[in-house]
Design a protein around this ligand. Structure first.
Ligand code: B1M
Length: 213
């Protein structure tokens, strides 16, 4: 457990290189990718989140911690992907307009890729029309929207409306998620599915693609 605690501590300090090295050590010591993610990286990010809320740390500290988190997650990528899975469907994913949080979105992408889905990552601050165009251009079965702010979650409703306006609502499932999102909100805006975490999102997306193929 010592190495996982150290990952959490170094992540909170924003020491990205050190986090990378420690993740490699944890892998060598036989810890599972899920264990390293949950008890190392996400544990550290959770502490930073609580400190941010209490004004004990500020945006710069959170940014460096987020960079360390993303570098650690990249190291786990090959381990989180199931070996030899073929492309089982296409998904476009992004964090909605006005929102720059991408750690959760990146995790969802990673887990979906692990299920063999081809994921087109539109990044952050994505306009509703961009989701729609990407789904049309790439023939995606699913649009995935992530939001972390109560001020940006409502853009998901605009995405649903833009999909309807483009006449592709019957061809594309819309999945939503992120800390402020709930099942009630998903129902209210007319999206197809809310999932609370990356693992559940990947399972749901794989199920949708299987049904569509
Ligand atoms: Co921001 N931030 N932030 N921030 N930030 C929050 C979200 C906040 C809750 C902190 C707080 O005050 N307690 C708060 C939002 C409050 C609210 O709206 N109610 C907040 C705020 C206010 C802000 C700013 C406005 C601060 C400011 O500038 N004054 C600003 C906004 C910038 C913008 O986006 N326009 C801001 C900026 C930032 C940073 C840039 C510094 C940085 C982001 C860096 C980055 O992402 N590259 C940052 C961070 C890191 C956080 C916290 C600390 C951590 C978020 C995170 O990455 N969590 C966060 C506090 C917290 O969450 N405790 C906070 C880890 C991640 C794995 O979880 O993204 O929830 P999460 O993803 C989960 C699930 O939600 C789910 O799967 C993941 C787990 O498996 N999920 C999906 C996510 N997307 C999904 C999609 C799906 C399904 C599941 O289907 C499609």
């Amino acid at each position: 457990m010592a190495v996982l605690d150290e990952i959490s501590t170094q992540l909170q300090e924003g020491k990205a290189k050190m986090v990378k090295q420690l993740v490699a050590t944890a892998i060598e010591e036989g810890y599972s990718a899920q264990d390293i993610l949950e008890n190392g990286l996400l544990h550290g990010m959770g502490i930073i989140g609580a400190k941010f809320k209490n004004n004990e740390v500020f945006v710069p500290e959170v940014l460096v911690a987020a960079r360390a988190m993303n570098m650690g997650v990249e190291m786990l990528k090959p381990l989180l992907q199931e070996a030899g899975v073929k492309s089982a469907g296409k998904v476009c994913i992004g964090t909605v307009q006005g929102d720059l949080h991408d750690i959760g979105k990146n995790l969802v992408r990673l887990m979906m890729e692990g299920k063999g889905l081809e994921v087109i990552d539109l990044g952050t601050d994505v306009l509703p029309e961009t989701f729609v165009q990407a789904a049309i251009d790439n023939d995606c079965q699913i649009i995935c929207c992530s939001a972390l702010l109560t001020t940006t979650m409502n853009v998901m409703k605009d995405v649903v409306e833009a999909v309807e306006k483009a006449g592709i609502r019957d061809k594309v499932k819309i999945m939503v998620g992120g800390a402020p999102i709930t099942q009630a909100f998903c129902d209210q805006i007319g999206a197809d599915s809310y999932t609370p975490d990356a693992t559940a999102a990947a399972a749901q997306a794989a199920q949708y693609c299987k049904a569509a193929c």
